[in-house]
Design a protein around this ligand. Structure first.
Ligand SMILES: Nc1ncnc2c1ncn2[C@@H]1O[C@H](COP(=O)(O)OP(=O)(O)OP(=O)(O)O)[C@@H](O)[C@H]1O
Ligand SMILES: [Mg+2]
Length: 500
């Protein structure tokens, strides 16, 4: 029997970085396949190749037995392959109906009747068993409904394969269930579904088959009914990574917490439910969770970016509320390294020196005058301490490599000598060398008595760098790992909802 979709020998590199290596993959009509794998394993790249977003360097795609090659997502959709990416593209000021029929509005002598568009869209929804108010404006819809609109859009174009990249990462439990009901309905009708997920519960609930990616290779393609979650995790991590990583635990650190959060709660999505934790002086506390787990909210709350969180914040024994603003966080001597250094952390067009001094200018200025020589000396010292490689301090930060930018960011936050350093994804997009250096700085910073909260979705980083590791899932802390229990396998099992 010919497969609906057959992928043979797909490879893809970015520069010298090989992202996919010789991937073979098949999908049958009406089959649902879950794709799992660690962050950076190549899942999204694979999905983008299937759906015409990017081109592979090597390999072929066959659809219903015929060789095809896609030049754009529109081209792939024309062949019947639809992509539902994480970041949805839609036109916010049009109605749901207009979005569903976008580019194909029925018209008579060049005149489009809103009534006809609405009726056609309503018919399409009914045909696929989907309930939606098609007269609403797209912008007023919740993300879950926008995703469903995207699916209807694909279906009205007769898609035979639907590829979804982490569709449930920001959906509630109920919304996820509704989405899977629709997908089940589609597989019954013969549509093939490929969905990328990190969540074990979904993998077991919905998929006929699980494909596991590791380091750009498809390392397993198995039936979930015959495979335990431990086995799936072992495929994801590879066996060489199974040994314990022993980070010295700092005895007594927690007896004098620098910062304590109590009962942090937030309705909405993602939610936070009664999160309490304490970071000791000199301790690196890791917080690990999948996308949508709420981990980022904890970091943002400590940065003063989430005044909507309810709960207490205890600083050196003094109780208060969650910070109302970034300024309040800075005044309390909490430093924050955001995940998107280019958007939030650094001013790319300003020189290295000014970026380093951004947060401490007040200390350096007297009667409002900045002592340039003094500033220069401080900046040079910081740059040296954090191993920033540059030619002149007057160079703009935008000219530095990603790793060096990240070091400048870290150094600028340490310039104010914070009591707590909160970092989010500190090594995302930096090279291996810089990654090792940044990890060493974190150890040094902690050794000097600073409390460090490391919020990361990088499993290896979470396990190797932290002294103690908390796991967060669906907005609540679900486990604490330390000493010999602190392994990648346990961390991911807790985070993904498999058996620990
Ligand atoms: N446009 C790009 N340029 C350079 N490198 C890229 C690009 N897109 C992805 N990569 C790299 O390719 C690798 C695989 O990325 P990909 O997004 O496919 O991973 P993933 O499995 O989807 O991870 P996640 O679970 O974090 O979504 C990563 O190392 C990433 O940094
Ligand atoms: Mg991805």
């Amino acid at each position: 029997m010919a497969h609906l979709l057959e992928i043979a020998g797909i490879s893809k590199s970015y520069g010298s970085n090989r992202v996919l290596t010789n991937v073979h993959f098949c999908l049958g009509a009406g089959e649902s396949v879950a794709i799992i794998g660690e962050n950076g394993a190549g899942k999204s790249t694979f999905a983008k190749i299937l759906t015409g977003v990017i081109r592979p360097d090597e390999g072929s795609i066959r659809l219903n037995g015929e060789a095809v090659s896609f030049h754009s997502p529109r081209d792939a959709l024309h062949h019947g392959i639809a992509f539902i990416p994480q970041e949805l593209a839609y036109v916010p000021h049009l109605t749901v109906a207009e979005n569903i029929l976008l580019g194909r509005w029925p018209s008579w002598r060049g005149i489009t009747s809103t009534g006809v568009v609405l009726r056609r869209a309503r018919e399409e929804c009914r045909r696929f068993g989907i309930q939606l108010d098609v007269s609403r404006l797209m912008a007023t819809l919740k993300l879950a409904d926008r995703q469903i609109v995207e699916i209807v859009k694909a279906l009205t174009r007769r898609a035979s394969v639907i590829v979804l990249d982490e569709p449930t990462a920001s959906l509630s439990e109920q919304e996820s269930r509704a989405l899977f009901e629709i997908l089940e309905h589609l597989t019954d009708e013969g549509v093939g579904v490929i969905y990328i997920s990190h969540r074990m519960d979904e993998v077991y609930r919905f998929s006929d088959r699980v494909a596991v990616f590791r380091n750009g290779e498809l390392v397993a393609s198995v039936s979930p009914a015959e495979t335990t979650s431990e086995q799936l995790i072992a495929y994801m991590l590879g066996h060489e990574k199974e040994e314990f990583v022993q980070t010295p635990r700092r005895a007594g650190a927690i007896e004098c917490p620098a910062v304590e959060l109590r009962g942090w709660t937030r309705p909405g999505l993602p939610p936070l439910t009664n999160v309490s934790l304490a970071v000791g002086r000199g301790e690196i506390l890791g917080l690990y969770g999948l996308r949508g787990s709420g981990a980022e909210l904890v970091a943002e709350g400590l940065a003063g970016l989430r005044p909507d969180i309810q709960g207490d914040l205890i600083l050196e024994g003094r109780a208060g509320q969650v910070f109302a603003s970034p300024l309040a966080a800075r005044r309390a001597n909490v430093a924050y390294v955001p995940p998107e250094r280019k958007r939030e952390g650094l001013v790319l067009l300003l020189p290295i020196q000014e970026n380093l001094m951004l947060l401490v200018l007040r200390q350096l200025s007297r009667w409002g005058v900045i002592n340039r020589r003094h500033e220069r000396a401080r900046a040079a010292e910081l740059a040296r301490k954090f191993g920033v490689r540059y030619s002149r301090l007057s160079q703009t930060v935008g000219q530095l490599s990603g790793g060096n930018q990240q070091k400048v960011l870290l150094a600028s936050r340490m310039a104010a000598q914070p009591r707590l350093l909160v970092l989010q994804e500190p090594t995302r997009g930096v090279d291996v060398g810089a990654r090792v250096e940044i990890h060493r700085f974190l150890a040094d910073i902690a050794a000097q008595g600073c409390a460090v909260l490391l919020v990361t979705s990088d499993l290896e980083e979470a396990v190797v760098v932290s002294h103690r590791l908390l796991i967060i899932r669906d907005g609540g802390i679900v486990g604490e790992l330390a000493g010999p229990t602190k392994t990648q396998a346990r961390a991911i099992a807790l985070a993904a909802g498999g058996a620990a």
